[in-house]
Design a protein around this ligand. Structure first.
Ligand SMILES: Cc1ncc(C[n+]2csc(CCOP(=O)(O)OP(=O)(O)O)c2C)c(N)n1
Ligand code: SF4
Length: 275
């Protein structure tokens, strides 16, 4: 706890989140990453959207911007593009990132801006009463799909990788130690990093889907998660009801700021008649 003190605004505790919400575990993993990497709070900017997870910046002593719903990535992109020395994170719910902010997510990944996106995917809109989002599994129950969700689903890791993210990982709130490692690797990575965290919203998604207690939600992740390396070797039947976790993809394509710096240098040379 002492090591986290430089980053945690303890005067604002207790946390706003419901008992058993997964968000506290994700926040603690982020704080431990800051401490492990010995980052100074003044060198960190956390951009949040709106929602339960969007409240995370309330508890941070780092710089932060509490933006608008779905727009955490545009703010983060501008901040990083203009201040390359800063470590920039965007914290988003699945509503923020995959649904209202889906377009921004695609373009942040395509651009490979050096921002770490940490998505608390609780499969619904927690803050507004448990409506379904773009990650709500088909047929599952929410306050706006009481007879089952009729829509298809975005797999954020697949979408992120296809769009150009250069670090893509998934963890769960049950696997807290692994989660800290994934977040640390993502923050260290130069380029657009996604860490999707399968989280628990016992109050809405859990209650609607026969997992109303925090313990049942944790047991669900414990029993379903499989390391991605093992998952890739499994046949289709064995994959049913299993979710891969771990690092899915990593490559060292140059990030936006590096490419932009090169282009500016070339433009300067040309203007000075050297190119
Ligand atoms: C432009 C806009 N549309 C809708 C809302 C209402 N709203 C606030 S939070 C939220 C959903 C949040 O869900 P998610 O991003 O998944 O985060 P969670 O609360 O589950 O952590 C919505 C629709 C808003 N604040 N702004
Ligand atoms: S409504 Fe769900 S996501 Fe929001 S704080 Fe409560 S448990 Fe967490």
């Amino acid at each position: 706890m002492k090591a986290l003190a430089p980053y945690l605004k303890s005067e604002d505790l207790p946390l706003f989140w419901c008992a058993g919400c997964g968000n506290g575990i994700i926040l603690a993993s982020i704080l431990r990453t800051f401490s492990a990497l010995e980052l100074a709070p003044k060198d960190i900017v956390v951009s949040t959207g709106i929602g339960c997870w969007g409240k995370a910046d309330d508890y941070l002593k780092t710089n932060s911007i509490h933006g608008t719903h779905g727009r955490a990535l545009p703010f983060a992109t501008g901040i990083k593009a203009a201040n390359d020395d800063l470590t920039v994170l965007a914290l988003m719910g699945d509503g923020d990132c995959a649904t209202i902010g889906g377009n921004h997510f695609l373009h942040a990944a395509r651009r490979n801006i050096d921002v770490t996106a940490i998505v608390s995917n609780n499969f619904n809109y927690g803050m507004t009463g448990g409506q379904y989002s773009a990650t709500t599994p088909p047929h599952s129950y929410t306050s706006t799909s009481v007879y089952g969700n009729p829509e298809g689903v975005f797999d954020l890791c697949e979408v992120g990788q296809a769009a150009g993210a250069t670090f893509v990982a998934r963890g769960t709130v049950y696997h807290a130690n692994q989660l800290e490692g994934l977040i640390t690797d993502a923050v260290r990575h130069r380029g657009f990093s996604l860490v999707e965290v399968f989280s628990s919203c016992p109050v809405y998604f859990g209650r609607y889907n026969e997992r109303p207690s925090p313990v049942e939600m944790m047991k669900y992740w414990q029993s379903r998660a499989v390391p991605v390396q093992r998952y890739r070797k499994m046949d289709e039947d064995s994959r049913v009801d299993r979710v891969p976790i771990g690092v899915f993809h990593r490559d060292d394509r140059p990030d936006f700021n590096t490419r932009y710096r090169d282009i500016r240098a070339r433009a300067r040379e040309r203007m000075e008649g050297r190119g």
